[in-house]
Design a protein around this ligand. Structure first.
Ligand code: TXA
Ligand code: MG
Length: 354
């Protein structure tokens, strides 16, 4: 398949490529498009066959359901059986924006979208390209992240090209995405809202609006094999570069010393090693591939650079990478959630003595 590519300037959105992309979607095609979180791989959400193609293009397990994207509140009615008061409250506060709500589904939502669940994930993105595309298509757009299943989500169109060129109909390039991590998923079907996947809309922000908010245990730690996470996608390996990633945790200087030590040993064994760190510590590492994610006190910035850095590890041919652990509050919860998954939950704890 020949994948069409269009570069768009979100400042001045040209009609023609967006109309063409909307037509492609309506006719059952696949279009990758930018959102404020990561690039999405869109299909007509009412068309089960079109949604099936998403799974094939990504190599995605068929029991991992998709998010339906809307461009106005009015579009929500056809998708859901009802809008719980909590959905209205959180939607009013954070939509359009990087938040997905789990809601009771309507009869009309195809099985290919929900993977057989009786709930549906809905997001109202704020990115101008995403909003226009959905509005022009006139249907909800089912869209997972536009990466090969298991790889880091795409924050640039070139990441989409790396993974999906030749497998999809069209790519709309709107430049780098803002948040860089996928949306916060909140289940609002129960008594209390539950965060199933953390993102730029933080627990603290949700609590200000909703009062008490729970966090699904799979967000914070390696799920027990018998535990069934409520967002099916949370059980799969994710964001994995080819490199083996290990998170090193402990007092800052002990971590730096340990990583430098491990790196020296790897060098002697001819193992190409990478380091994921922050601006505050980067100068203390002497390695071939030292990648700073940004200011340690700005986890949002570090999160926005994580996926690109994970892809860079592969580009540099890194075999083993050591990542510093960061604080988990605010946007740090989303950053560490993705980093833990990229590392396959491999941790090395160091103390000052050793
Ligand atoms: O920011 C985002 O959310 C991006 C952009 C493109 O919008 N999309 C995204 O989609 O990250 P995806 O498919 O990579 O992740 C969707 C997640 C999966 O973990 C899936 O299991 C969960 O949402 N999910 C979908 N429907 C669900 C449902 N009914 N109940 C619980 N979790 C659900
Ligand atoms: Mg994804």
């Amino acid at each position: 398949m020949n994948t069409q590519y269009y570069r768009l300037n979100p400042g001045i959105l040209p009609e023609q490529p967006l109309r063409e992309a909307a037509r492609t979607l309506k006719h059952g095609g696949l279009v990758a498009f930018p959102t404020e979180t990561v690039y999405g791989l869109g299909a007509n959400g009412w068309d089960g066959m079109a949604c099936k193609k998403i799974y094939e293009a990504k190599g995605r397990p068929s029991d991992n359901p998709l998010i339906l994207h809307i461009s106005s509140w009015e579009e929500l009615g056809a998708i859901v059986a009802q809008v719980p008061p909590m959905a209205k409250l959180l939607g009013d506060a954070f939509w359009p924006g990087p938040m997905t709500l789990i809601l009771p589904k309507s009869q009309r939502v195809p099985r290919e979208v929900t993977g057989g669940l009786d709930t549906v994930a809905v997001r109202f993105p704020s990115h101008p390209v995403a909003r226009k595309l959905i509005a022009y298509a006139g249907v909800p757009i089912a869209a997972p992240s536009a990466n090969t299943s298991g790889k880091p989500s795409p924050t640039l169109a070139k990441h989409v090209i790396q993974d999906l060129d030749g497998k999809i109909d069209m790519i709309l390039d709107g430049g780098g995405t803002d948040c860089g991590l996928e949306s916060t998923i909140v289940d609002v079907t129960g008594v209390l809202p539950v965060i199933l996947r953390p993102g730029s809309i933080t627990k603290e922000m949700l609590e200000k609006v909703a009062g008490a908010v729970e966090v699904d245990p799979a967000v914070l730690e390696k799920p027990d094999p018998s535990f069934v996470p409520r967002a099916p996608g949370m059980k799969y390996t994710h964001y994995s570069p080819d490199a083996d990633v290990v998170i090193v945790k402990g007092e800052q200087w002990a971590v730096i010393e340990k990583i430098n030590h491990l790196m020296e040993a790897n060098k002697a064994a001819n193992i190409k090693t990478g380091i994921l760190c922050c601006d505050q510590t980067a100068k203390h590492y002497q390695g071939d591939v030292v990648l700073s994610l940004g200011d340690r006190d700005n986890p949002g910035q570090m999160g926005s650079r994580l996926f690109s850095a994970l892809r860079d590890l592969d580009r540099y041919g890194v075999k083993v990478a050591y990542a510093e652990a960061f604080e988990e509050d605010g946007e740090g919860m989303a950053l560490m959630n993705r980093l833990r998954k990229a590392a396959g939950f491999q941790f090395l704890l160091v103390s000052q003595e050793g």
